[in-house]
Unconditional design. Structure first.
Length: 261
């Protein structure tokens, strides 16, 4: 069952996805909520004019992650912004994830809100880094939410190439913080294995990116190598080493949860 909250104070959802992403994140900031945009819309917002035209796409949906203490206030914000809560899903799963839908006729936009942890093929803890940059997840976290996908499609590959071309690697939060990536993978063999598989897929697919020149391909390849090298160098936990002995004989990822639209 889906219901619309009364007293829509912020008007209807905007048709333009970028305008809508800014409207919600700016209102969240005004209210003091720790709500961060993720996914394709976050990449567009974060890198702005640095987005290479080869990887230009218009996302269909909006995805967020929120601090646990701001979960209820975020649900109120989205209701006031004109969205319809999926009350059945939210009643069962609201402690970890909430869904909302744009009721405008002819528009099939979904808003997905994760609570502190992103769970799809792998579990990514995000809470301690939600303040790293304003409005969106930091570049490292945006990269990881894409690299954790076991079946990486063309859209997700393009998003990763866009990030890797626009953002340098390093330890600063306006760059792709490779030490943060290595910190998480050093304790989870399965996460590192999926990241390694996808980094290799990205390397292999670079030559197919006809819109890039040789220098741009080289830049992306160097940043892929920087992430891989940081993961390889990081000291591994006992849990990581024990799981590595099993390898692919046991499935190391979860099948993503299917949500009816």
């Amino acid at each position: 069952m889906m219901t619309v909250a009364m007293g829509n104070e912020l008007g209807k959802p905007r048709a333009d996805i970028d305008e809508e992403a800014h409207r919600i994140t700016e209102e969240a900031e005004r209210r003091g909520l720790t709500l961060r945009l993720m996914g394709g819309a976050a990449i567009r917002m974060l890198i702005g004019a640095r987005l290479h035209p080869t990887f230009e796409r218009t996302p269909a949906d909006l995805d967020f992650v929120v601090a646990k203490q701001d979960r209820r206030a975020t649900a109120d914000l989205l209701a006031e912004a004109g969205y319809v809560a999926d009350e059945q899903f939210n009643a069962l799963n609201g402690h970890r994830r909430m869904l909302f839908n744009d009721p405008e006729p002819g528009r099939d936009r979904q808003v997905d809100v994760f609570v502190e942890t992103f769970e799809m093929c792998h579990e990514l803890p995000l809470a301690e880094r939600l303040q790293a940059v304003p409005h969106t997840l930091a570049p490292a976290e945006l990269v990881m939410t894409k690299l954790q996908i076991i079946s990486l499609n063309a859209k997700d590959r393009g998003d990763l190439y866009a990030l890797l071309l626009a953002c340098d690697t390093g330890g600063d939060d306006d760059a792709i913080n490779v030490e943060r990536i290595a910190e998480l993978t050093a304790g989870d063999w399965g996460l590192q294995h999926t990241f390694e598989l996808n980094l290799e897929r990205l390397r292999a697919g670079l030559e197919e990116q006809s819109g890039l020149d040789a220098g741009e391909r080289s830049t992306i390849a160097g940043r892929i190598d920087a992430i891989a090298d940081a993961m390889e160098r990081a000291p591994k936990s006992r849990r990581w080493k024990l799981r590595a002995k099993i390898g692919e004989r046991k499935r190391w990822y979860e099948e993503p949860e299917e949500v009816d639209r």
